[in-house]
Design a protein around this ligand. Structure first.
Ligand code: FES
Length: 576
């Protein structure tokens, strides 16, 4: 349905700046302090550029330049650009985890857009949680919005080998723990990896979420695959600035773009790219903001029928720069054919199908053809069982195939500190067949559900040449990681989930084909343990963490705050 074009008097900003009220005089007058006079902005869409740059965010180093490119585009199209700095969630340096602050950025985005005279938003993100947070906030506010993805770094190099961020770090660090490589080598590997601006260039959470934002229709066509330092990235930023101005006049809102069908397309692409397990949590949360319910079973249904095509680390061989040269996301979507509903509208004003018409695969080892897929089904699998009544996930494409159907005795760590203290203890009773269990690392229990799900292999097992074991937790895992790691167990241990009742020696079965995670302890014994169970730690009483713990939902519900999910009206501020 085509909407009527807005008039200047219908702009949201007109409520602040139009007319002859005392406040309107004041708003116009005081903006002169910044050198802005009505001739600059009156009757024009005011575009808020929500910028998640800071010198603590290793992946957004090019944002100061890109802001200028976006502003150029906004001005070219007859809008007025305003930069709005927002909390910068830098995955590397922010502790205990950026996940603790995803909802804070979402809330900040919503409130920035709500409280200021903003007609349309450009959302600048990329490093892991910034993408879902910005889209969650903007879709709750539901004013015209376009997402500018940071883009991946250039590929890494060391000693004649290509390196993937995260993935190769984990690999070389494991060899360091096994005594096979030196600390100098680990340093050199990291130096060879971090060679440009941009996000991790493996198919980690950042690349996954940028790809899914494009699939959802929230970026210009092809935007998510462009490496950050490529001149085409600046061109895309300027074009996004131009486009958002038109979107305001056309009144194209996130609710017009982020539909149920668009989310189903995003799940399909997530499976086809071998995307990060974190994407499941983020997609559920993002969908929850626009009245779309995404049960975990829907991910599994789509996983069963979607081939894995993107041969990118950590599951595959190549890197995001190769993916771009191979045709990028548009080529992959085109290859998926009827598995994608191409009728969904995008911010470009064209459909997803139209955006991908004529997209070609230029290297069919990097982006596989459907008839030569890396696997006939998707990378991520959802499991249920008495150990995960509300579900959990495993990235089967990044796991040792020999462990995907495995029964073994549990070795339990009560929390991260317990694990750090004992995992390399020579007296730890563990064998390669053991199942390592980490409790109290979930949304409430950690809190913030850190990426602790890649439990380290005990040194005595590494010494036997073993590099993978079954590991289970209520934590998440970096999208750049690999291993047989069962993640996001819900309900988590801290809120009384069965995971918190597991004891050393209990037998656990992981059956990926059967979609089962079971603890072999009878109900009477579980009831006895439950009667003795107490929460492992006290949640802080003050500050943001206290609020977080009181309102965060479980992993299967997206870890959003209960009071931010769709259903409550967003009120416009009164202007007096
Ligand atoms: Fe920013 Fe990986 S650390 S995307």
């Amino acid at each position: 349905m085509t909407k009527a074009r807005k008039t200047p008097e219908e702009l949201r900003s007109h409520r602040w700046f139009g007319g002859e009220s005392m406040r309107a005089f004041s708003h116009r007058g005081r903006w002169r302090q910044l050198g802005f006079e009505p001739g600059d902005y009156a009757g024009k869409p005011i575009i808020g550029i929500v910028n998640t740059w800071s010198e603590m965010n290793t992946c957004h180093g090019h944002f100061p330049e890109r802001v200028q490119a976006i502003k150029r585009g906004v001005l070219q199209a007859g809008g007025f650009p305003i930069e709005l700095p927002a909390i910068s969630l830098g995955e590397i340096l922010m502790k205990p985890t950026t996940m603790l602050y995803r909802n804070l950025l979402a809330l900040e985005t919503e409130e920035l857009l709500r409280s200021y005279p903003i007609d349309g938003a450009v959302l600048m993100g990329g490093c892991d949680k910034t993408t879902p947070a910005l889209l969650m906030g903007a879709s709750s506010m539901n004013i015209p919005s376009i997402y500018v993805p940071a883009g991946p770094m250039l590929r890494g190099y060391w000693n004649g080998k290509t390196l993937g961020s995260g993935t190769d770090h984990w690999k070389y660090y494991t060899e360091f723990r096994a005594g096979k490589v030196s600390a100098e080598t680990v340093d050199e590997v990291l130096a060879g990896t971090a060679r440009s601006a941009g996000t991790c260039m493996t198919m980690g959470t950042a690349a996954t979420m940028m790809s899914l934002a494009e699939t959802l229709g929230m970026t210009l066509p092809g935007a998510s695959s462009i490496p950050a330092p490529d001149s085409n990235h600046a061109v895309m930023a300027t074009a996004s600035g131009r486009r958002i101005v038109e979107m305001v006049w056309e009144d194209v809102k996130p609710s017009d773009i982020m539909t149920r069908t668009a989310f189903e397309n995003a799940i399909t692409v997530d499976m086809a790219i071998g995307g990060s397990t974190n994407a499941i949590i983020h997609l559920v949360a993002m969908a929850g903001r626009v009245h779309v319910d995404l049960p975990l079973t829907r991910f599994d249904d789509i996983s069963k029928t979607t081939p894995w095509l993107a041969n990118i680390r950590p599951s595959g061989e190549h890197l995001m720069e190769d993916f771009y040269y191979a045709g990028g996301l548009r080529a992959l979507i085109a290859e998926l054919g009827d598995l994608i509903d191409g009728s969904c509208m995008t911010v470009a004003g064209t459909t997803l199908g139209e955006n991908c018409t004529n997209a070609e695969i230029h290297n069919d080892d990097v982006i596989r053809r459907v008839d030569n897929a890396l696997s006939p089904d998707g990378g991520t699998v959802v499991l249920f069982g008495n150990l995960a009544l509300d579900g959990c996930v495993i990235k089967q494409s990044a796991a040792d195939p020999s462990l995907l159907n495995h029964t073994g005795p549990a070795v339990v760590f009560k929390d991260r500190a317990d694990m750090e203290a004992r995992v390399d203890d020579p007296d730890l009773e563990v064998t390669p067949e053991s199942v390592l269990v980490l409790q109290n690392a979930g949304p409430v229990g950690a809190p913030g559900m850190p990426e602790w799900g890649l439990l380290p292999i005990p040194k005595k097992i590494l010494a036997q040449g073993v590099r993978d074991m079954v590991r289970i937790s209520d934590a998440r895992m970096s999208g750049t990681s690999y291993g047989t790691c069962v993640l996001h167990v819900a309900p988590e241990a801290h809120v009384g989930g069965t995971l918190g009742l597991v004891q050393d020696g209990d037998l656990i079965t992981l059956d990926v084909n059967g979609r089962i995670l079971n603890l072999h302890v009878d109900d009477a014994e579980l009831a006895r343990r439950r009667a003795d169970w107490r929460p492992h730690r006290t949640i802080p009483e003050r500050g943001y963490v206290s609020m977080y713990a009181q309102h965060v939902t479980q992993a299967n519900k997206g870890c959003d705050f209960d009071y931010l999910q769709a259903g409550m009206a967003i009120e416009e501020p009164e202007i007096f």
